[in-house]
Design a protein. Structure first.
Length: 321
């Protein structure tokens, strides 16, 4: 069974969006002419040496690293930045090679205490919310579990560039996967109905959410969504962290399924997820997407952002009060 992708209506895009999309399409098309084993490292190198510097990603990555690891040597910071850019490029082209990624993911033997929790939930027909993050390649974890008979759906945030989004959503299709819904009113309703019916879904819960709550992540306050934990409580769903860590060969992954997070309250449950992701990021910092502005502070209702913020914590509309 192919994954069902629920689409939001298109809103058009600018000439710049179109040109950006055409450039990316050309790079993806060229990369896909190569065998998989050459394609993945080649696109990682392209992202590391061309895309990241042209897009200004290195500045953002290094600001984030300086914020979290202020005592880190500059050479180490730059090395992690290059690794992160390389991994991001690999993830992009892996996800545009979904059939081949799914085939490799099917060979992974997952590990972790959460496997027993998953199996128990499946036998009961219980809803499961798998929590992952922009680390390693989350689609490898999803593909691994789908290959073992778990019909895993999800929800995705549409890309700002509508031309890119039109083909990006096709990368979410994995044979045997469950439906994937866009954020937004109609998509969220479909997603909730899917969970209510006992579905299994994967969510990435490690980006800035302005309507979230300030929770510590890697030692700094970060606006974090509590919605996954809230839904777990509402639907009596098992909340299970799962992560795919890239292997040293750059092509394969290990998949770890952590034990179910006990039901308590949304904040405590989300803190447990944050701690699980933190462990992976500290062990393999080059495998996390440091390009995200994870620690930016919420805009202060027109009064301006607080003064003297570290660049990683500044709002996109930073002003002095």
């Amino acid at each position: 069974m192919a994954t069902s992708i629920q689409k939001e209506p298109g809103t058009g895009g600018s000439t710049g969006d179109w040109l950006q999309d055409r450039s990316l399409r050309a790079m993806i098309w060229s990369a896909r002419r190569l065998p998989y084993s050459a394609r993945i490292p080649a696109f990682g190198a392209l992202a590391r040496s061309a895309i990241a510097p042209l897009a200004g990603h290195y500045r953002r990555i290094e600001e984030n690293l300086d914020y979290i690891f202020p005592d880190m040597a500059d050479a180490d910071r730059k090395d992690i930045a290059r690794q992160s850019a390389d991994n991001t490029g690999r993830v992009l082209i892996e996800n545009y090679s979904s059939d081949e990624l799914a085939a490799r993911s099917a060979r992974i033997e997952p590990a972790g205490d959460g496997l027993a929790d998953l199996e128990a939930a499946r036998k009961k027909g219980r809803t499961v919310i798998l929590l992952s993050g922009h680390y390693g390649n989350y689609e490898a974890a999803r593909g691994c579990l789908i290959a073992r008979g778990y019909t895993v759906g999800g929800i995705y945030r549409p890309m700002k560039n509508p031309y890119f989004n039109a083909h990006y959503i096709e990368t979410l299709q994995i044979p045997g996967g469950g439906p994937v819904f866009p954020t937004g009113r109609s998509g969220t309703k479909g997603f909730v109905d899917y969970l209510r019916g006992g579905g299994i879904a994967m969510l990435l819960n490690d980006i800035y959410i302005g309507k979230g709550e300030d929770l510590p992540f890697l030692g700094k306050p970060a606006m974090t969504s509590l919605s996954a934990a809230e839904m777990a409580l509402k639907f009596d769903a098992a909340l299970v962290p799962v992560f795919a860590t890239r292997a040293n060969n750059g092509l394969d992954f290990t998949v770890e399924v952590d034990a179910e997070i006990p039901h308590s309250d949304p904040r405590t449950m989300t803190l447990a997820y944050n701690a699980a992701l933190e462990t992976r990021v500290r062990e393999n910092p080059g495998q996390w997407f440091w390009t995200h502005r994870r620690w930016k502070r919420k805009w202060n209702k027109g009064a301006g952002a607080a003064p003297d913020l570290h660049p990683a914590a500044q709002s996109t509309r930073q002003k002095s009060r």
